[in-house]
Design a protein around this ligand. Sequence first.
Ligand SMILES: Nc1ncnc2c1ncn2[C@@H]1O[C@H](COP(=O)(O)OP(=O)(O)OP(=O)(O)O)[C@@H](O)[C@H]1O
Ligand SMILES: [Mg+2]
Length: 279
Amino acid sequence: MNTVKSPPFLRSSRARNSGFSLLALQSFSLFPVLLEARHISRAWGAGTILDDVSFRIQAGESTAITGPSGSGKTTLLSILALLLRADSGSILINGWDSLALSDAERAFVRNTFFGFVFQTAQLIGSLTVLDNVLLPSLLAGRAARERGHVRSAHDCRHRARALLDRLGLAERAAHLPHMLSNGQRRRVALARALLLRPPVVLADEPTNDLDPRNAAAVADFLLGLPAGGHALVLVSHDPELAVRANNRWRLEAGHLTPASPGEATFTRSPANPETASQL
Ligand SMILES: Nc1ncnc2c1ncn2[C@@H]1O[C@H](COP(=O)(O)OP(=O)(O)OP(=O)(O)O)[C@@H](O)[C@H]1O
Ligand SMILES: [Mg+2]
């Protein structure tokens, strides 16, 4: 039985928002390890997908996870983002064990701390592109908006339009998702994930479905995030994308191991000051 106590500021619902807002704000300075997976195991039915997986994510770094189809990469990202529970092991957010959080607190942390780019875009079909991008500001509430420095409705719309512009979708703001290509929908999902400037961005196959030019633009965009203090975790089958991350891991047969030395010459993310400053 886990005996870790919840963070003191989360013990009353009154303190919950201010507590986690503070926690998230501290993340860039006091706690370089934003996210830690400790001995995570997970099965689907009888099949073990993740077997004692441990690793850390630091502010200002990019991490790439590769592995064969079906090896559990999406499962791992979902557990990291508190979308899915592990069977055993724990996820630490800024050093706090997420096992100690209630469902409501988990939801709050999920909305405040993470930007998740899903493997499929998962946009809401009845909302315009702009409103899809704005969704996190409606769902996450004031604390998350303040943490992301997008406090007012006007700030949110301004940032949403700026992100769409950066991603080449300025002309599409009023369109509905069904009017877009797959690749365009993926970019809308990316803008949505970044709206509230989350400390940790998790991207599942972010360049899938994109032509080479747009894939390169999205890769540059994502890999510029760590220069602004974010942590980036990306899952990809694309070796050219993975090779640009600071840290590279391979997930196979349930185990997460550093990418093979021949493959892994660890490099700094190509910090693109122009990209970072615009985010
Ligand atoms: N909701 C679910 N119910 C049952 N099994 C699942 C579920 N989600 C995933 N799995 C199984 O877990 C395994 C890992 O799936 P996961 O989607 O994490 O793999 P992946 O590495 O992301 O694959 P891909 O590269 O194809 O996206 C697969 O065998 C899959 O069938
Ligand atoms: Mg997957």
